[in-house]
Write a new protein. Structure first.
Lengths: 133, 378
């Protein structure tokens, strides 16, 4: 189901690859054609470190379809070390409570089961608690 | 956009409002057709030149696209100009704006703006999934986020930044529920302080009653321009004296300041400028309340309340007919309910010689992504 889309987004979802604007050096995620900071063309790939902090969080009890297996789960806005904020699930919490400012790091996990007859499973980034360096 | 000559100004001739609720017995096309006929009847049965339709979810929930070729027939006007406007929760407001442009430019003489949404055609989960289409699919929905969690994420951050707790939501929510009690077209949810305080949390810090319930609905408004109304009847008119439409990044995480809604601010400012009014001239505010958090951020972003104080609404004339929380939220129709109900409110106030003359009405699509504002004057 929708395999061209999954293929196209693979780098971003598996490895958190965004862009660095060649004009103003802004770090951009997700990648796009125009830099949101300076409005000029952006195209240089940039590998994000995957480290960041919880900017905000909540828990979802009634999961949308494709996500019911994991319910309930935590969703967060994660502010990456390099600047951008991403929306992602938190995982491997092991009973740890979440707080604003909590250091987290990216891991690759099963995102959703598309639930079609071919049972396509989508993988991508989630974030888990990280020990501060 | 510049101000227009008052003779060209769009004026409201009539409104048609169906009760919000579960209309299991009728389909999307009948809901829409009935609201159009009610509005035309209320307007004294002028012949419409066009019907502009606001709808958010018909393609998904009713498996029906191209409502423009369908609804006019069910309203009894097959073959007149019609098409759909989609901007999630702001769809109704977008259709209304299109109708205003059409009459004020002279393109048509009489236009009907319709907002229609059929939610209860499917099981709840399908309706929820359809609502989530308003998010950024590739980077929000695909992570398992929903419209409700987006609101919860912002609410959590808001409470954190201003050192507040979730009790601040009660006043905002109860204002809408209380105001809806006198609205015969509202979906009765009968929430008082006691029931509110016992609500289950849906996505912390937001509870069940902090989020508007989705339901079926249709509302329509008939518009013409002032010069076409006989002089002796102009005094009773409700005029549309300003409108503004602005957008911000669709995904929440792509915005610079997550607690300031730039689209909301820009659209309100544009509408006020066009109407040549200041915020202090506005007597009643209809502010989008898909969730309580939407109201708080909108009041702050527009400049009605100070930052961090958007929940202090004590003396504010706000969502006087119940808002989305109080009346129920037929997504793409809600923008039309807002305008139609406030138009009626202003009319009633006028006949009572009361002070409410100027209203600011704002609908939001997505989570603060699209904002469409209209100014009505009696
Ligand atoms: Zn740049």
């Amino acid at each position: 189901m929708e395999s061209p889309r999954h293929w196209r987004l693979k780098k971003q979802r598996y490895a958190l690859i965004g862009e660095e604007c060649p004009h103003c050096k802004a770090k951009i995620f997700p990648p796009r054609d125009v830099c949101p900071e300076c409005g000029l063309e952006a195209k240089t790939a940039y590998q994000f470190s995957g480290k960041g902090k919880v900017y905000s969080y909540t828990t979802i009890n009634e999961a949308p379809s494709g996500f019911q297996d994991m319910s309930p789960y935590a969703i967060a806005l994660v502010k990456l070390e390099e600047g951008p904020i991403v929306t992602a699930q938190l995982t491997d919490l092991g009973g740890e409570s979440i707080w604003v400012g909590m250091p987290v790091e990216m891991v690759t996990r099963k995102l959703r089961n598309d639930g079609d007859e071919r049972g396509v499973i989508l993988y991508g980034y989630k974030f888990r608690p990280a020990f501060q360096a | 956009m510049n101000r227009i000559d008052h003779r060209q100004q769009p004026v409201i001739l009539g409104t048609g409002i169906l009760p919000i609720g579960q209309h299991w017995e009728i389909s999307l096309r009948q809901l829409g057709g009935r609201a159009v006929r009610m509005a035309l009847q209320d307007a004294g049965n002028p012949k419409p030149d066009a019907i502009y339709i606001g709808n958010g979810l018909g393609t998904i929930l009713s498996h029906q696209a191209n409502l423009g070729a369908l609804i006019p027939e069910f309203a009894g006007y097959p073959g007149i100009e019609s098409c759909t406007f989609e901007a999630a929760g702001a769809s109704g407001a977008a259709a209304f704006q299109a109708a205003c442009f059409a009459v004020e430019s002279g393109y048509v003489d009489v236009a009907v703006a319709l907002g229609v949404e059929k939610i209860t055609e499917c099981e709840d989960r399908a309706a929820e999934a359809a609502m989530n289409l308003a998010l950024n699919y590739e980077f929000e929905s695909s992570q398992g986020s929903t419209v409700k969690t987006e609101a919860a994420l912002i609410a959590q951050r808001y409470l954190y930044e201003w050192h507040l707790n979730r009790e601040i939501f009660q006043r905002v929510a109860l204002n809408s529920y209380q105001n809806a009690r006198e609205n015969p077209n509202a979906f009765a949810r009968n929430i008082d302080e006691k029931t509110y305080q016992k609500q289950p949390l849906i996505s912390a810090p937001l509870g069940l009653y902090d989020i508007a319930v989705q339901n079926d609905g249709a509302a329509a408004i008939v518009l013409t321009r002032e010069e076409l109304v006989p002089a002796e009847e102009r005094d009773r008119l409700i005029r549309v004296s300003g409108s503004g439409n602005a957008v911000a990044s669709l995904a929440l995480h792509d915005r610079h300041d997550l607690l300031y809604w730039s689209a909301v601010a820009q659209s309100a400012a544009a509408a006020l400028r066009q109407a040549d009014l200041k915020l202090s001239d506005i007597d009643t505010f209809e502010i989008w309340d898909g969730t309580v958090m939407d109201v708080i951020l909108s009041l702050e972003s527009i400049g009605i309340c100070q930052e961090g104080k958007g929940w202090q609404i004590d003396s504010l004339p706000l969502n006087v007919t119940g808002g989305c929380l109080g009346r129920g939220n037929p997504l793409g129709a809600s923008g039309m309910y807002q305008i139609a109900e406030i138009a009626r409110f202003l009319q009633t106030q006028k006949s009572k010689d009361r002070i409410h003359r100027n209203a600011l009405i704002q609908a939001i699509g997505g989570y603060g992504a699209t904002a469409i504002t209209h100014i009505l004057r009696s």
